[in-house]
Design a protein around this ligand. Structure first.
Ligand code: MN
Ligand code: MN
Length: 479
């Protein structure tokens, strides 16, 4: 079965829309390099579109009716949105789900040290990374430091033109003979991913300003052992009012510095950090904002912690989604334990995540007939998992038939795929978790080249086509 190239299906009006959409997507990526930043960006946008915060509605006992828009954020890292449909919620929702966490280096809780005249932050990688890809590239630090009194200090350094950046060093080629003999997984090991954040002893800055006596005192304190570390601490105190011990209650994420870019002479692609899975999060969000009245209630879940197994209070395995559905049903006047269960079991879901794109440079890793192509349209994975489909949600044929029918009627270009060759590895998504309610769930999303690398590539056409697919799903799915 041949797949169409999505670009070839567009007329000139659509080609313009693709570019406009890609520009918005690039902004979204630049504004949201962590899950917290994504939540801020999303809440800003949906509040402008009339979405109301769930807890406020609960407090005011506001009754919800068809057409109302409501959202709930959990711990600043996960969000669920609802647009109430014409039918009772107990008849099921149409759900879009994606994740907003991405692989990165997290700063440890006791991170700051000095060695060989450099100040370092010790990191612990998050999600699946090829560690050797993270050395010698400019890195930025994004996140929060929460002080004991509850004040939150936001940190975002390395993105503006005149911001400093940070980096992990690598051994010069001239001495790398032994290193280059190592397995790629050992070339750079986890504990070697500490970032260099300074090289200047504090005393240099102070010398001119002080009289002789004070200078001597200062020197005693700030030269010699850990003078560079002291210098960094003094900058942190001055710029952010944080002390060394405040790292204990910080969440600082080290990500590639720099903006998302158009790629190729034809500007057909986007090269950016964190497209897994902000590409599906962005297109799901846009579809939610685009749909007008729907028969079934439209829902969109954008969650944290997918890259490490959907664990914790903000991961998909948390009850926050189910609780939010219960609260919303309470406000539509429908809530009962039985209605909640009916609602969840009769729902349809597109569990979206990136799919691996065929890479001609590594052709032998893919089954050419069952892989996604960049530019090939929205991707459906009937199943994911590893080896014999282990850990997978395997969507029902009846559900796939329903989706095919909708997509063909709405002329959405789509392709079906597996991650790669059967025995080579695999991966999971959030699909299996929602499937536990008994609802119909299928893995879908956008093809990505160099998935999990500091810079990942997608096709602008795929991003746009996937949003079209989500709109068609929200309007028409009913099984
Ligand atoms: Mn993903
Ligand atoms: Mn991933």
């Amino acid at each position: 079965m041949e797949h169409k190239n999505t670009w070839e299906t567009y007329n000139s009006k659509q080609l313009k829309e693709v570019d406009v959409f890609a520009k918005e997507y690039i902004d979204f990526l630049n504004n949201g390099k962590t899950e917290r930043e994504c939540i801020d960006t999303i809440v800003n946008e949906i509040e402008k579109a009339g979405y109301k915060e769930l807890n406020t509605l609960i407090k005011n006992k506001t009754a919800l009716k068809c057409g109302d828009k409501v959202y709930s954020v959990w711990m600043n890292k996960s969000i669920v949105m609802f647009r109430i449909g014409e039918k009772d919620m107990a008849e099921g929702l149409n759900i879009l789900g994606a994740h907003i966490d991405s692989p990165r280096l997290d700063v440890k809780q006791n991170p700051l040290y000095e060695d060989g005249g450099f100040a370092y932050l010790d990191t612990h990688y998050y999600g699946g990374v090829k560690k050797y890809q993270w050395v010698t590239i400019p890195l930025a630090i994004h996140g929060v430091v929460v002080k004991k009194d509850g004040t939150t200090i936001e940190v975002n350094v390395g993105e503006n033109e005149d911001d400093p950046v940070f980096f992990v060093s690598d051994l010069l080629i001239h001495l790398a003979q032994e290193q280059l003999e190592k397995k790629a997984s050992k070339v750079i090991e986890g504990e070697a991913l500490d970032i260099i954040i300074g090289n200047k002893p504090l005393v240099i800055d102070k010398k001119d300003k002080k009289d002789k006596k004070a200078d001597d005192d200062e020197s005693k304190e700030n030269s010699g052992k850990d003078a560079v570390k002291s210098g960094i601490l003094s900058i942190l105190k001055e710029s952010y009012d944080i002390e060394e011990e405040d790292f204990i209650s910080a969440e600082l994420e080290v990500v590639p510095a720099g903006s998302a870019r158009e790629a190729g002479f034809d500007r057909s692609m986007i090269l950016a950090y964190g497209q897994d899975d902000r590409v599906c999060a962005f297109s799901s969000l846009k579809a939610m904002l685009e749909v007008e009245k729907t028969k079934r209630t439209a829902c969109c879940i954008l969650v944290d912690k997918e890259e490490i197994g959907s664990v914790g209070a903000t991961g998909m395995q948390s009850k926050f989604f189910e609780n939010a559905v219960a609260e919303v049903m309470n406000l539509t006047g429908e809530y009962s334990e039985l209605n909640l269960r009916r609602c969840l079991s009769k729902s349809c879901m597109l569990s979206s995540d990136v799919s691996s794109a065929y890479d001609p440079g590594f052709a032998s890793s893919f089954d050419k007939k069952n892989v996604a192509y960049l530019g090939g349209g929205m991707v459906f994975n009937k199943f994911t998992g590893s080896r014999g489909k282990s850990g997978s949600n395997d969507a029902n044929a009846e559900y796939l038939a329903h989706i095919r029918d909708i997509f063909e009627k709405e002329k959405i270009n789509f392709q079906t795929a597996e991650l790669g060759k059967v025995d080579l590895g695999g991966g999971g998504t959030i699909a299996y978790i929602l499937a536990l309610y008994g609802m119909n769930v299928i893995d879908s999303g956008v093809a990505v080249l160099n998935m999990h690398a500091p810079w990942e590539a997608t096709s602008k056409a795929d991003v746009y086509e996937t949003k079209r697919g989500y709109v068609a799903f929200l309007k028409n799915a009913d099984l």
